[in-house]
Write a protein that binds this ligand. Structure first.
Ligand SMILES: [Zn+2]
Length: 375
C-alpha cells in the first residue's frame, strides 16, 4: 500500500513525483503545477505528493502523516478547495503568511491550490512573490486544467506534472478496490470516458445512473418541433435544478458569514459599504451558479456524443465495442434509420452547442437549436 494507490492510470506522473520525494530536500522544487483533464485526479495527485513528502517512509499510506495529509487534516498541509468563487488577493496573502511559517509537525509546509486557474490577477501577483522567494521548507502545489490556465510568470517557475486521461481498465480497477462489483465497475468506467469522479458517481449513486439513462433516451424521442422544445427545456431545467442543489446552501452560508462580518442586521441598520459588498458577493455567486449549470449541461453533451459515436460505430461497421452497451437496441435503431453522414452532422451539432455555451449563448436557445439539429 502507498499514497500513490489513489492515483489511477498515471505511471509517468507517479514516477516523477516518487523521484522528487526520494531526492530529498536538496533536489526539491518549491512550486509544482499539476495539469490534466477534468476527472484525471489533479488534486488527488497533489495530496498524495504532500503526504509522501510528510511521511518518513516516502508515502507508506498508513502512518499518521500519510492518513492526515490525504484526509486534509494534517497541520502542515493546507488545501484551498474547488468550490471557491475565485481566489482573491486576501486569501492568497493568508496562504503566503502560512507558507512562510516553519512546519509544525511535518517536514514541509505544503500548500495546495486546487483551482489555480481561479486565482485573481492581484492574487497571482501576491502568489508570484511567494514563489520567487520561497521559504526553505515550503512547497506550493497548484492544480489547473492546462498550463495555459496559469499566468506565465508563475508557470515558468513551477515544475509541471501532466496527468493523462486514465484508461478504462484502470478506472474500473479503482472502483472495484472501493467495493463496486466488477460488472458495475467495468460498465461505469467504460461509459465515463476516463473521468474518475463521473465513473464513481455513476457506479454508486442511483440518481446519476437514472439521469444518464434519461439523457440517452433523448435521441429516440426527437420527433417534431414540440418534442425538441420539450426535451431542450427538460435538459436545461434539470441542469439548473441539480446545480442549485449544490450552490443554494453555499450561497446562503456565504451570505450569512459576510453579513455577520459586516455587522448587518445588528439592529442599527446596515453600515456604510455593506450593501456594495453584499451585491458583489451576489454577483460572484451568480457567476458560480452559471458555471455549475454549464458543467451539468456539458455532461449532457458528453452523453449524447457517446451515443452518436456508438451509432457511428454500428453504421460504419468499425467493429469497436459500444460504449453504451446497455442502450444497444436504441443505438442500432438510430443507426438503421440514418446515414453515417447524418450522424457526423449530429456530432458536429453537439460541438456547435458546446461552443455556443462557451460563448455565453443562453442555454435554452443553444439546446433548442441542438435538439432541432439532432431530430
Ligand atoms: Zn506514511
Amino acid at each position: 500500500m502507498s499514497v500513490w494507490d489513489a492515483l489511477v492510470g498515471q505511471p509517468g506522473a507517479v514516477a516523477s513525483l516518487r523521484r522528487a520525494v526520494a531526492g530529498g530536500s536538496h533536489a526539491m522544487t518549491h512550486a509544482w503545477l499539476f495539469t490534466g483533464p477534468p476527472g484525471s485526479g489533479r488534486s488527488v495527485a497533489a495530496r498524495a505528493f504532500a503526504a509522501a513528502l510528510q511521511c518518513a517512509e516516502g508515502g507508506c499510506g498508513i502512518c499518521q502523516s500519510c492518513t492526515t495529509a490525504l484526509a486534509g487534516t494534517h497541520p502542515d498541509v493546507t488545501v484551498v478547495r474547488t468550490e471557491q468563487l475565485s481566489i482573491g488577493v486576501d486569501e492568497v496573502r493568508d496562504l503566503v503568511r502560512r507558507a512562510a511559517m516553519s512546519p509544525t509537525l511535518g517536514r514541509w509546509q505544503a500548500l495546495i491550490i486546487e483551482d489555480a486557474d481561479r486565482v485573481t490577477e492581484r492574487g497571482a501577483d501576491a502568489l508570484l512573490k511567494a514563489i520567487e522567494e520561497p521559504a526553505p521548507r515550503t512547497v506550493w502545489m497548484l492544480c489547473a486544467p492546462t498550463a495555459d490556465d496559469v499566468v506565465v510568470t508563475i508557470r515558468s517557475r513551477a515544475r509541471q506534472v501532466g496527468l493523462v486521461t486514465p484508461s478504462v481498465a484502470a478506472v474500473a480497477q479503482l472502483l472495484e478496490s472501493e467495493g463496486v462489483t466488477p460488472d458495475r465497475a467495468a460498465f461505469a468506467a467504460a461509459v465515463s470516458q476516463g473521468h474518475i469522479g463521473r465513473a464513481r458517481a455513476l457506479a454508486t449513486r442511483p440518481e446519476v445512473a437514472e439521469l444518464r439513462r434519461e439523457i440517452l433516451e433523448i435521441p429516440g424521442q426527437l420527433g417534431g418541433l414540440g418534442d425538441c422544445l420539450r426535451l431542450a427545456d427538460w435538459a436545461v431545467t434539470t441542469a439548473r435544478e441539480s446545480a442549485e442543489a449544490v450552490t443554494a446552501p453555499l450561497d446562503e452560508s456565504e451570505r450569512q458569514k459576510l453579513s455577520l462580518a459586516l455587522g448587518v442586521g445588528a439592529g442599527r441598520g446596515a453600515p456604510r459599504g455593506a450593501a456594495g459588498q453584499l451585491k458583489e458577493l451576489e454577483e460572484q455567486q451568480a457567476l458560480r451558479a452559471k458555471r455549475f449549470v454549464r458543467d451539468r449541461l456539458d455532461s449532457v453533451l458528453l452523453e449524447l456524443t457517446g451515443y452518436y459515436r456508438d451509432v457511428l460505430v454500428v453504421q460504419t461497421g468499425a467493429g469497436a465495442a459500444l460504449m453504451n452497451s446497455d442502450c444497444d437496441e436504441a443505438i442500432r435503431r438510430s443507426a438503421a434509420s440514418s446515414s453515417p453522414e447524418a450522424t457526423l452532422r449530429r456530432l458536429d451539432a453537439i460541438v456547435d452547442c458546446r461552443q455556443a455555451l462557451m460563448a455565453n449563448v443562453a442555454p435554452q436557445l443553444a439546446f433548442e437549436a441542438l435538439m432541432v439539429s439532432l431530430a
